[in-house]
Design a protein around this ligand. Structure first.
Ligand SMILES: [Zn+2]
Length: 447
């Protein structure tokens, strides 16, 4: 028995050693996917959202298939609830820092990120997001600054920070053109002068033929998946990045499903499920890539959860996914549509949500739509729109029995999903910094 154990241990050590040797010969490519705000409740809600009601069983999603463990998300200190900057810095640089910190420690000193280490070792690098590309999560991989609010400075750093005379990121695809084409500076011109191919719309993305490349497909974030086609925009952008990365070199690719969080902040369940659907499509693209290419690893996690989402609310032992499936636009878009419809708003409401309102709800919403229509000043318009949006969300949340506890983030553990080379390394419970540490150990110099 003792001998068998020893033999097993020896065999294990030999395997680890030979795996390490193999890695030394051929460094592995890393695809790191972050679902911003994608707490476990989103994973569960999404499973029911896409479930085929015609079958008895609840079908497995790709999240279920690749689930390996969980991660703690707390930032430095005792607040326990992280923001996306501290969360992403933990995931990029393996350190705990303060909320708002972009790639810096608690003393505001720059810390090396996975993307930077990979680039230093000779990898190609890429970032793909649905938010502006200089938003907190991607920024924490390729910039170093004391506050996430400094959007212009973060965009500047993408161009100005250099290695061997070139920017650290070879392929950037996301939103945020307004931060790159400014009165005081045209960063797009700076990138193209360095040989970056540029696209500023989805239609033109196909024209980009090779890295290095910059694509800024919206002024700020891209429209929500539920509001504007293509609904699988992150999956499309991720495929594009994978196609652009040179074939003869390992790469580090960061992908962020940014707007799950934004829908969560808005307490908009239909919007969130639209983003989750795009995140799953993206997971499909990435897991297919990993299964077709040796020596690649895919890790997906979230920086935190958002909104305090709950399936079931107000004492109801039920969550009605079918109601959520019937909602065809985000609350902001619904408010715009109802206002435009004016007196015929109930027809629009039925068409875009399928939700039957109680007499009382109908009365309230009629007043809110009317206030929206007759609003004169900018302030009146904004306030009427906010009220109508809240009314719409209340109706959807009640009808579906969806609960929310906050407009901010929450401190629970999040899921970890992995595939490719040794996904077991991410199994079980771990700290968010440990995910980054494990990825650091996989990086090897490119010969
Ligand atoms: Zn957030």
């Amino acid at each position: 028995m003792k001998q068998t154990l020893a033999a097993t241990a020896l065999l294990f050590i030999t395997q680890v050693a030979s795996a390490a040797t193999a890695q030394q010969v051929a460094p592995q490519s890393i695809i790191y996917v972050i679902g911003d705000g994608m707490g476990m409740e989103y994973i569960t809600a999404y499973r029911h959202f896409v479930d085929d009601p015609a079958t008895e069983e609840i079908e497995e999603t790709l999240f279920d298939r690749y689930f390996v463990g969980t991660s703690a998300t707390h930032p430095h200190g005792h607040e326990l609830v992280t923001d996306s900057a501290a969360g992403a810095t933990a995931l990029s640089a393996a350190i705990k820092t303060y909320n708002g910190a972009i790639g810096v420690d608690i003393d505001k000193q720059p810390v090396e990120t996975l993307l930077e280490r990979a680039k230093t070792l000779g990898y190609s690098t890429a970032m793909v997001t649905t938010s502006q590309i200089n938003h907190a999560t991607p920024a924490s991989f390729a910039a170093h600054i004391d506050s996430r609010q400094k959007y212009d400075e973060i965009a500047d750093q993408y161009l100005d920070n250099r290695i061997a005379g070139k920017p650290w990121v070879d392929v950037l695809i996301g939103g945020g053109e307004k931060y790159f084409k400014r009165e005081d500076r045209d960063l797009v011109a700076g990138f193209t002068a360095l040989g970056y191919q540029y696209a500023d719309s989805f239609a033109l993305l196909d024209r980009i033929e090779a890295a290095p490349a910059l694509a800024l497909l919206a002024d700020k974030g891209l429209p929500f998946a539920i509001d504007a086609p293509p609904a699988n925009r992150l999956a499309v952008m991720t495929s594009k990045a994978l196609a652009l990365l040179p074939k003869n070199k390992p790469f580090f690719l960061l992908v962020e499903a940014s707007e799950i969080d934004w829908c969560g902040h808005a307490n908009d369940i239909a919007c969130a499920m639209g983003e989750m659907h795009d995140a799953e499509q993206t997971l499909g693209v990435v897991s297919r890539y990993v299964s077709e290419h040796n020596n690649t690893v895919m890790v997906m996690t979230a920086d935190h959860s958002t909104g305090g989402l709950s399936m079931g609310a107000n004492g109801e032992y039920e969550w009605r996914a079918s109601v959520v499936r019937g909602v065809k636009a985000s609350a902001g878009e619904l408010a715009r549509e109802l206002k435009e419809a004016g007196n015929t708003w109930p027809v629009k409401w039925q068409e875009l949500t399928g939700i039957t309102l109680s007499a009382e709800q109908q009365d309230t919403m009629a007043k809110q739509v009317k206030a929206s229509v007759i609003a004169n000043t900018e302030a009146e318009k904004n306030s009427a729109k906010t009220t109508l949006r809240s009314g719409i969300l209340a109706a959807i949340n009640t009808a579906s029995a969806t609960g929310w506890t906050t407009g901010g983030h929450t401190g629970g553990d999040v899921g970890v999903f992995a595939a490719g080379v040794n996904p077991e390394q991410f199994a079980g419970h771990q700290d968010n910094t440990a995910i980054a540490l494990k990825l650091f150990t996989r990086l090897r110099p490119v010969q």
